[in-house]
Design a protein around this ligand. Structure first.
Ligand code: ATP
Length: 225
């Protein structure tokens, strides 16, 4: 992958995310973690090589096929991608509204999630009035509400205190147990060691896979990712 005519920021990479697996994406600043996340979210196409998502070659996808694939992906990227003209709760409800859920049920689910991430008193606020940490927690609630097939979280605990980081990590692990294939980019090696999931380790655009320590439990399998 390259940006425009720049040099390649990811190269010689080959890996597979098994359905229901959980991986940490690690590596020094500038190694290419966010770029790999953008590739997996189908926000960028590979400049060469092959990326297959849910069994589809992403390079051959038509533009109008992207939304239905993206709906299977919950994403917490560093730019949050929140809709500023909607309230916090409307942002969280949106993925399920698009999927055709009943308003009353979706609202109750969104309220429960927003309370879990500590935003019970900010449900009516619009994103521009939220702090960085609040926006991040809002993006997390929106990413997980639909129990996506794939969850991509880029530094999801970067702007929160240790108690909230604990809560958020618990949320991700619970979702993974329900079958969501999970990739969490982090600089926080304490989490990587504690959870004991395998690592996709990037260094200057090249990737090494580091297996989970023996005996470490990872998620269950649900559907093809
Ligand atoms: N939009 C962009 N246009 C051009 N180059 C970019 C762009 N975004 C990232 N890069 C470059 O791609 C390389 C990888 O950056 P990336 O943001 O993916 O790294 P990272 O591992 O996520 O870093 P960090 O941990 O600091 O967030 C860097 O050399 C960066 O300068």
């Amino acid at each position: 992958m390259r940006y425009g005519l720049g040099s390649e920021v990811l190269r010689n990479i080959s890996f597979e995310l098994k359905p229901g697996s959980i991986h940490f994406l690690t590596g020094p600043s500038g190694a290419g973690k966010s770029s790999l996340m953008r590739l997996l979210f189908l926000a960028h196409r590979p400049s060469r090589g092959l990326v297959t998502m849910f069994g589809r070659d992403v390079v051959s996808l038509d533009r109008d096929e992207l939304p239905s694939l993206r709906r299977r992906i919950g994403v917490v990227l560093q730019d949050f991608r929140l809709l500023d003209h909607l309230s916090a709760i409307e942002n969280v409800m949106l993925p399920l509204k698009i999927a055709g859920g009943e308003d009353r049920i979706i609202r109750a689910q969104a309220e429960e999630l927003l309370s879990w991430v500590g935003l019970a008193d900010r449900m009516a606020a619009r994103p521009p009035t939220l702090s960085g940490g609040e926006k991040q927690r809002l993006a997390i609630a929106r990413a997980v509400i639909g129990q996506p097939d794939l969850l991509l979280a880029d530094e999801p605990t970067g702007n929160v205190d240790p108690a909230m980081a604990e809560r958020l990590m618990h949320l991700f692990l619970e979702l993974n147990k329900l079958g969501t294939t999970t990739v969490i980019a982090t600089h926080d090696m304490a989490w990587v060691e504690r959870i004991g999931a395998p690592q996709l380790r990037l260094d200057r655009g090249e990737l090494t896979t580091i297996a989970a320590p023996a005996g470490a439990g990872t998620g269950s399998s649900r559907h093809g990712a």
